[in-house]
Design a protein around this ligand. Structure first.
Ligand code: ADP
Ligand code: MG
Length: 489
């Protein structure tokens, strides 16, 4: 067995065991160089991958090699080899772990903005030119590059758990070496899970490291509004120049750009200009690029060039840790027992968790009482019931899943058995059972008059696949998050 074949086999095993995002990111550009007297040498593309593999995957790699070779491994060495070529061509997203220059076709390239223009200082947009903008982009860049960044959102105040560690690591890597490691970085996940916190932490860190960096933090909605206002006021040239002179572009909630043709076109050119000049771009979204309906393909593919990392709902342990840190921040002392009670009752997201804590603090401060387990439970009694199970209807659930997979409800209800429809259908049937406790016959009914055995099979199939399928787990977590969102208004 050659080192090449051995590594292929190891990657084959690991790919099944870890999430696709993790796999692509950390193993996409690795190669097994040698296996001599019990020492394995693996080449990795950069220091971040080295550290991550050493700390996180060393054991799994060793176990896998030992299993395949049937002999013990004494030592494993990760060597940084910047020109490491991907060993497995089948790993589609090899570019994820290494920055690459992507040539932009001349049709898409805007020759009027040469790279040199990117270095020039932005011109201040005359306020009279854009009366509807409260503060223009330019003003914000000039405002010590910090405008729009909340100083509270730093890496120091971000608690890392299993469900956000990848996004956190990627954000740190980008903050420490902007434009060099993952460009763009795309962070996705449900509401209140820390996307805005992370993207702003990147801005705050970079601004602290180099106060001269031109940073722009903006929501995609605001980008759209400013673009429209610039067109209306005839200041589109300044708009373009300003955006293309930025060193670090942080776009929050990029999903809102979908369906807006002109804005997407403009953003496409901005993206290309910045990316070509090695300027870092970071985006957040409530779902992965491929699941954003109405997003142009050329943007979708660009969003997937760099690294895609998700944030999901934190587990109990992480929720307690977050509460502890928020208590320190707010200088309040709640016992671990009380924090445990809060974290058990409030599960959906971190914003809710903070809200619950604030509610408890305010309530007791006003009355000059100390919180007890009972008082906390009674104050948070609403949260327990606030799960979507109460108000969500089967129709709403179906619509959410249909939107998530970008297909129509009619197609879902049809007799068409194509895989792209059959799989979302099974997910709906699974969720109707799991979340709404519907009976199998009523699920069949709900799904366009299918037999109850179809619903049973779907439920069993998804339950079984959930054991090993990380992708499926991530999809379900994202869908559940959206179910929470709609029922919480
Ligand atoms: P999103 O943008 O994903 O909707 P936010 O970034 O606005 O979520 O987070 C909501 C709140 O929860 C913020 O106050 C943020 O500081 C806090 N928060 C989210 N994730 C974490 C975390 N891992 N550690 C500490 N606080 C967090
Ligand atoms: Mg946000």
């Amino acid at each position: 067995m050659t080192p090449h074949e051995l590594w292929r086999a190891v990657l084959g095993e690991l790919e099944l065991a870890i999430s696709p995002a993790n796999f692509k990111t950390w193993f996409g550009q690795t190669q097994l160089q040698s296996f001599e007297s019990g020492t394995i040498t693996i080449s990795v593309p950069n220091a971040i991958a080295k550290t991550w593999l050493e700390n996180k995957y060393q054991k799994q790699i060793i176990q896998s090699i030992e299993r395949i070779l049937g002999q013990p491994v004494q030592k494993i060495v990760f060597r940084i080899e910047s020109a490491a070529r991907p060993v497995v061509q089948a790993i589609e997203a090899v570019q994820i772990a290494q920055p690459q220059q992507h040539s932009v076709t001349s049709q898409n390239h805007n020759p009027s903005v040469a790279p040199a223009a990117n270095q020039s200082r932005p011109q201040l947009i005359n306020r009279a030119d854009a009366p509807s903008m409260q503060t223009t982009v330019t003003e914000r860049i000039e405002a010590k590059n910090k405008f729009g960044l909340n100083p509270r959102y730093t890496f120091e105040t971000f608690i890392v758990g299993k469900t956000n560690e990848l996004a956190h690591a990627a954000a740190q890597a980008v903050a420490n070496r902007p434009g060099e490691v993952y460009n763009p970085l795309f962070i996705y996940g449900g509401v209140g899970l820390g996307k805005t916190h992370l993207i702003q932490a990147i801005g705050n860190r970079i601004s602290a490291n180099d106060p001269n960096t031109k940073i722009l933090y903006i929501s995609s909605e605001r980008f759209t509004n400013e673009f429209v206002a610039a067109i209306r006021s005839g200041s589109i040239k300044q708009f373009k120049e300003t955006y293309r002179s930025i060193d670090l572009l942080l776009i929050d909630d990029i999903q809102f750009i979908a369906g807006k043709t002109e804005t997407q076109e403009e953003f496409f050119h901005t993206f290309n200009e910045l990316h070509q000049a090695n300027r870092q771009i970071v985006m957040t979204s409530d779902r992965p690029p491929k699941a954003i309906p109405g997003l142009e393909d050329r943007l979708r593919s660009r969003f997937e060039w760099g690294m895609i990392a998700d944030v999901a709902s934190p587990d109990l342990e992480t929720r307690v840790a977050i509460l502890e840190s928020k208590c320190i921040e707010k200088k309040c002392a709640l016992s671990k027992e009380l924090l445990q009670v809060i974290a058990t009752l409030v599960k959906s997201n971190i914003r809710e968790l903070e809200g619950a804590l604030n509610k408890i603090l305010a309530h007791h401060q006003l009355r000059g009482e100390s919180p007890t387990v009972d008082s906390v439970k009674s104050l948070l009694s609403g949260y327990e019931e606030q799960s979507y199970k109460k108000s969500l209807t089967p129709k709403e659930l179906t619509v959410v899943v249909a939107q998530y997979f970008d297909i129509s409800v009619d197609e879902l209800m049809s007799a068409n058995r194509e895989k792209r429809l059959a799989f979302p259908r099974q997910i709906i049937m699974f969720l109707l059972r799991e979340e709404l406790k519907c009976s199998f016959p009523s699920i069949g009914q709900e799904m366009g008059g299918r037999d109850h055995t179809t619903a049973m099979h779907a439920y069993e199939k998804i339950t079984r696949e959930l054991e090993n399928d990380m992708k499926l787990k991530q999809d379900l977590a994202a869908i559940r998050q959206r179910l929470y969102t709609i029922t919480q208004g």
